[in-house]
Design a protein around this ligand. Structure first.
Ligand SMILES: [Zn+2]
Length: 171
């Protein structure tokens, strides 16, 4: 399977992310998301509707996305065309794995994991960025390491839009 080129929901264009865009765009989106959490008070725990997660749940999801993409970047530089581990995003929420998280901790976690992913990413060569992996057994698209890094940017920007939409819906 070939990888998606755009996100149907937010309009993100994967090919629009150059290698030099990853750090500033990921930092900007994760900083904004952490700032929203710090400024929003108890509303971060409220789901505006049954179809949406709370701001805290979106942030916890993004935290796990950043962890898992960093692992993919490292694995794919060492192993030829490895398969990433599936995130099972809905199950993580439903099983309560985010139940005990505090807003302040998650905001700090997101800043830290963005920094950690980017210090790893900064080591990669232009050749590394073109190495390939199967993104996930659930969505078995063959992608490049650069695509996976762009996916980190996408997830951060997409869920920043989600949390801002939650604030609007709950205002
Ligand atoms: Zn999107």
């Amino acid at each position: 399977m070939t990888a998606p080129t755009t996100c149907d929901v937010c309009g993100f264009v994967y090919a629009g992310v150059t290698p030099g865009d990853v750090a500033p765009r990921l930092t900007a989106a994760t900083t904004s998301l952490a700032n929203v959490m710090a400024a929003s008070g108890d509303v971060v725990r409220i789901r505006p509707s049954e179809q949406r997660w709370s701001i805290l749940e979106y942030a916890c999801h993004l935290r796990d996305v950043l962890i898992s993409i960093r692992e993919r970047l490292i694995l794919a530089t060492i192993v030829d065309v490895p398969t990433g581990v599936a995130l099972h995003r809905d199950e993580r929420v439903e099983r309560g794995f985010y139940r005990n998280d505090s807003v302040d901790d998650v905001a700090e976690d997101i800043r830290m994991l963005s920094r950690l992913l980017l210090t790893t990413y900064a080591v990669l060569s232009a050749h590394d960025l073109q190495r390939r992996l199967i993104y996930s057994p659930v969505s078995p698209n063959e992608v490049t390491i650069l695509w996976a890094a762009a996916q980190a940017v996408h997830e951060a920007e997409h869920h920043l839009a989600d949390v801002e939409e939650n604030l609007t819906l709950l205002a």
